[in-house]
Design a protein around this ligand. Sequence first.
Ligand SMILES: *Cc1c(COP(=O)(O)O)cnc(C)c1O
Length: 382
Amino acid sequence: MTTAQKPIAFFDMKAQQNLIRADIDRRIATVLDSGRFVMGPEVEELEQKLAAYTGAAHCIGVSSGTDALQIAMMAEDIGPGDAVFLPAFTYTATAEVPLVLGATPVFVDVEESTFNIDLADLKRRVAAVRKEGKLRPRAVVGVDLYGRAADWPAILKLCEDEKMFALDDAAQAFGGALGNKRLGAWAHATACSFYPTKTLGCYGDGGAILTDDADRAELYRSLRQHGEGKSRYEVLRTGMNGRLDSMQAAVLLAKLPLLEGELAARDRVAQRYAAKLAGAVKTPATLPDGVHAWGIYSILLESAAARAKVQAAMQAQDVPSAIYYPRPLHKQPAYAAAHAQAAAGPLPVSEDLCERILCLPMHPYLDDAQVDRVAAAVRAGL
Ligand SMILES: *Cc1c(COP(=O)(O)O)cnc(C)c1O
């Protein structure tokens, strides 16, 4: 590596900040001057803009993606005796929330080609839970892993047939779309995360829930504010502190105008990786009918040993990599007992992916030369 080469960041929040720093400073100064630090006017403005952008009728700003999942499940009264179906190959928060509420996560395998929930396995496990008769099937959490929309028409159809709640964990996919509808307008409710490294990220924690259902939207607003009713001092239900703060909303308002261009840039990076790595490793399938948000870019190696070799070669050339995820959720110490409770069949694809997946730098500000250096480093390790 020569000193003239630009270092490669896995995620890059600085390049973006440089473009809009003046606007961010101005918006934060407005919050400082107003003194309305939590749920100020910036939050309402953001909610309106995110609803308009996604096509969802309602947007409720909340404190994180995890809290978005929790508030959505609390509103359905999901708790002890309820089964919540979710992929075994995802971030921990997806499984944590049903457990926090006393419900049981039922882990479902994923498809190797899309990394998303496998409908055939989902149907098998719903039938198995009904047959076992210990838990009520209540909800499916579809995750749009790495930014790729799950098969929402099929998930919704199953949820309709089985009278279950369809919740989209779109934490890695804000801006993504399927057909002519963006994520947020598909499931009964959609949980978004604005953690800094997500496709739309703030400078702290933040999230939102999107829904078309006015009754659900009203419940979400109440639950994020301790279950309040019409007035602040009327408590109608047990809620939580799930509010979004004004500074984070201000940052998101400054970033939102960049999002479309950034999604296009992510797609260009993904296409260039696919071209440069063709024939060498398995690159992720594109999404022919929709917008892949490319929150994360992952390749599949032949084996765990091959992955270790590629990672070492990348490290030797100062190219960062990461493994999302090294362990399927049903094998996590915290979740193994829950897995044993219901429909506990094997999850071979999730287990296999954890051995072979490798994630490459992905952000909108990677230039062609950097993408080529990453691809060359991967090839050097094969
Ligand atoms: C990041 C993430 C979450 C949690 O979002 P936070 O804002 O960090 O609470 C949930 N699910 C998935 C799939 C995620 O990637």
